[in-house]
Design a binder for this molecule. Structure first.
Ligand code: GLN
Length: 195
């Protein structure tokens, strides 16, 4: 059975564990570097990227995570997780770092104080014909997509909210809280290919 991890420093990691378990994966939480050696894929959940960044460095996880990403570990980041995977983060707090790997520029809290949380339906051809009901909670937007990355979904105004680059997948929104399992299935297919 394919074994995948969910980074469990902070945020809604329990929801991701539930979705992945429901899809038949063997799921473990990841808090220590050695736990990275036991998995074929990792989800970085939503939450607060500034806190996740600080904790990942304090726990000695940031460098092993960067190495695992560079080594081709499939990683799926939602919301704060997407921020962690972005090469460049705008509206970061002072000193905030990301793990990087995705050739994108993201802007934190991109939807402004009036509309920080909203729901909409998105076309995401890469994962299927039926629209994705996407919930945004103080989410980031992908402001620019570099040549190595591919946009997977856009809002009606054209702004990119889902991207892929080889082993890496990121969404500005939270499939784990709406019963939407296709992104996790897509991530698992990458993990299975590696196991
Ligand atoms: N605004 C948060 C951040 O900057 C992300 C919010 C979320 O993950 N729902 O990390």
């Amino acid at each position: 059975m394919t074994r995948v991890g969910v980074l469990a420093l902070q945020g809604d990691f329990r929801e991701h564990v539930a979705v992945l378990s429901g899809l038949g994966a063997d799921v473990s939480t990841v808090r220590r570097p050695a736990e990275l050696d036991e998995i074929d894929g990792l989800v970085i959940p939503g939450g607060e990227s500034t806190v996740m960044d600080k904790l990942s460095r304090a726990f000695g996880l940031a460098e092993p995570l960067k190495a695992a990403i560079a080594d081709g570990l499939p990683v799926y980041g939602t919301c704060a997780g997407l921020i962690m995977l972005a090469d460049t983060v705008l509206d970061a707090i002072a000193g905030q770092q990301s793990l990087g790997g995705l050739d994108v520029v993201v802007r934190r809290n991109a939807f402004g104080s009036q509309n920080q949380s909203f729901e909409t339906d998105l076309d995401v051809p890469a994962i299927g014909d039926d629209p994705v009901h996407a919930v945004f909670i103080r989410g980031p937007v992908v402001e620019s997509v570099g040549p190595a990355a591919t946009p997977l979904a856009r809002l009606d105004d054209g702004r990119v909210v889902a991207v892929e680059q080889g082993n890496l997948l990121g969404t500005s929104f939270h499939p784990e809280i709406t019963g939407e399992y296709r992104f996790h299935e897509y991530f698992l297919s990458k993990a299975r290919a590696r196991s």
